[in-house]
Design a protein around this ligand. Structure first.
Ligand code: PXL
Length: 433
């Protein structure tokens, strides 16, 4: 699968063309490039930049599009009015989805878009965007609004949408608070994805986000699912940043492990299911995926936070982490001891209707009674679920789809839905909704 980036060159290779190509490669896509400008910068300083002649920008884009099949295009640094007009003319009639990353200023203060080019950026490029990915200062620049709260961000996203960008992601990194919340407006609906704030600054994280988003869109994934993946990839690469220069660390792409890619994507899809908030229990939801033959919950990837019900939508809180889930992971750990290929699960709210629908679909359903657990074992964190799963599957020959319990004193009843992969779990969930 091939993608194209139209962006500036960054000799430090953290951002721009070089950063994009590394991200594309790490995610298994083939990356083409058309260079719009040459920047001279390192980890401490932005020295200068100059545009590539518009005719050469045009010729690069044509060279790529006239030959190769391209499934999505990312636009980054566009520098000036002439470059914007050139890109607009080349792309206005093509049907390939465009991810537009408005880059106005570098981390070290360099000007990436000239002051007199903003109005053309808004008028010509913004309406071409399938997805636009501004951070808070960029959203303020685009809308002329001040953004201090989630509500402000929602209003800004609606405005950017009304200016012509089909879907909008406002990255929350610049907003105050202990966590970072990215806001997504996709098909007129809002989604929020939040994560822990990393204590350091780095160069290139924004480019990695939009490049990863571009690959996911190229694969035909939905916008919320793609944002979730992009958030996960950029978070990991900022955590993994290298301090190889005298200044700011440079974000570094890790090859995304497929467990992480699959689970991050499935969580994004789960969160965007219509009416999914009704399936979230009081204790909230986790979704996990184990490495093959997990030895402990540290081999099982889950959300460090939870999928949380918020009114009639859900918020995905926290990033994926091995050992991030205790409860659902303990259930999967126990399951894999008998059925090694059943490596994923999600917990959902107990409801008799759900059990009935699952029965009608001929799911293999088991249950256990928490009140029968020997006293000596009780109150040990994560132990009850291991005991329950072990008992439930004791005399079973094939892996169950669903295991539930009806609670205990002060304990909420719960349904666990199992599958071989997160995708498989979602397929089962779709059958019982
Ligand atoms: O991260 C934004 C960015 C994008 N493109 C180029 C850059 C930078 C930041 O420095 O240099 C070329």
């Amino acid at each position: 699968m091939n993608v194209l980036t139209i962006a500036g060159s960054d000799p430090s290779s953290g951002a721009g063309i070089q950063g994009d190509i590394k991200t594309f490669t790490a995610l298994g896509a083939y990356g083409f490039s058309a260079i719009t400008a040459l920047t001279s910068q390192n980890s401490s300083k932005f020295f200068r930049s100059e545009p590539v002649p518009p005719d050469a920008v045009k010729s690069q884009i044509r060279s790529v599009l006239s030959d190769f099949e391209v499934s999505a295009i990312k636009i980054g640094m566009v520098y000036d009015k002439k470059t914007i007009k050139t890109i607009y003319d080349e792309l206005k009639n093509i049907k390939i989805p465009i991810v537009l990353d408005p880059v106005f200023q570098s981390t070290t203060g360099g000007v990436l878009l000239q002051a007199d080019a903003y109005s053309d950026f808004k008028k010509l490029l913004l309406p071409l965007a399938h997805v636009i990915t501004p951070n808070v200062p960029e959203s303020e620049k685009i809308t002329g609004m001040k953004i201090r709260s989630q509500n402000d961000a929602r209003r800004a996203a609606l405005k950017i949408n009304s200016m012509g960008a089909k879907n909008v992601v406002i990255k929350g990194g610049h907003m105050k608070g202990g966590s970072v919340t990215d806001l997504v407006l996709a098909d007129k609906k809002f989604y929020t994805f939040s994560q822990k704030r990393l204590p350091r600054d780095s160069h290139g994280g924004g480019c990695i986000f939009s490049a990863a988003l571009c690959v996911s869109i190229a694969k035909g994934k939905s916008v919320p699912e793609s944002v979730r993946l992009a958030q996960s990839i950029s978070f990991e690469s900022i955590k993994n940043a290298l301090a190889i220069g005298k200044g700011i660390a440079i974000a570094r792409q890790k090859d995304a492990d497929t467990i992480e890619k699959d689970l991050a994507g499935a969580i994004g899809r789960f969160a965007s299911i219509n009416g999914i908030h009704r399936y979230i229990p009081e204790v909230q939801t986790n979704f996990v995926y184990a490495k093959p033959s997990p030895k402990s919950i540290l081999d099982i990837l889950g959300l460090e936070g939870r999928i949380v019900r918020a009114g009639s939508s859900v918020i995905v809180a926290g990033m994926l982490k091995y050992g991030g889930s205790r409860h659902v992971a303990s259930a999967v750990l126990e399951m894999t001891r008998k059925f090694p290929s059943t490596r994923s699960a999600v917990n959902i709210r107990y409801d008799n209707m759900t059990i009935k629908k699952a029965t009608a679909k001929r799911f293999q359903i088991l249950h256990y009674d928490r009140t029968l657990e020997p006293r000596s074992r009780k109150n040990k964190e994560g132990k009850t679920v291991s005991w329950g799963i072990k008992n439930a599957i004791k005399n079973i020959k094939s892996s169950p789809d669903m295991i539930y319990h009806t609670g205990d004193l002060g304990k909420e009843p719960m349904i666990l839905l199992f599958g071989k992969t997160p995708r498989n779990v979602l397929t089962k969930l779709a059958k019982i909704r």
